[in-house]
Ligand binder design. Sequence first.
Ligand SMILES: Nc1ncnc2c1ncn2[C@@H]1O[C@H](COP(=O)(O)OP(=O)(O)OP(=O)(O)O)[C@@H](O)[C@H]1O
Ligand SMILES: [Mg+2]
Length: 190
Amino acid sequence: MTTTFELITRSPEETQALGRELGKLVQSGDLILLVGDLGAGKTCFTQGIAWGIGFEGYASSPSFVLVREYRGRLNLYHADLYRLDNVEEIADLGLDDYLDGPGILVVEWANKALDSFPPEHLRIHFEHMTENERRLRFEPHGPRYQRLVEQLMTGISTDCHSRESGNPLPSPLDSCLRRNDTEGKNWNFR
Ligand SMILES: Nc1ncnc2c1ncn2[C@@H]1O[C@H](COP(=O)(O)OP(=O)(O)OP(=O)(O)O)[C@@H](O)[C@H]1O
Ligand SMILES: [Mg+2]
């Protein structure tokens, strides 16, 4: 059984905050594939993951270097396939070799070569809705990622809507994010 989760973020800070919560939960060897159009929030989310593993700087788009590395309690390898179109070329890069070390791999534009990655991974679809709203759909592939997503969603909200895969009902979409506004910039989840 696979459960996917969808939620809407309403600002870049919310997307970063969500990434940060995921970054706190990831373990070495985790593979996270990001799918979505230009400006949909993939780099923004990755920035949050980097903060969640304890990296203190800014994560920029790796479009020109292919893979960037950020260090925290483990390494985050951040790849972007935007400029690559040839599936064999992408497969030849052997990006999943990064998973052998003490780190996680996050790949933007992973839809360009989904089949060249290990079948077990967390796939996250990003959709641009309005200027400041992005829909994120978390799709775990494999038991490790099912647990990871459940942990994430339990952590951020007790009333997050979930959907069994294959359920024909339209999934409810609601922001699961709670803002804990002390100074306008601190985002917390229940
Ligand atoms: N809710 C939101 N979540 C994320 N980004 C948002 C949101 N609302 C507005 N934005 C803006 O959308 C843009 C997202 O850019 P980002 O670089 O993260 O997208 P991307 O998916 O990585 O794009 P690309 O495919 O070009 O790499 C930023 O300018 C950000 O400020
Ligand atoms: Mg990007």
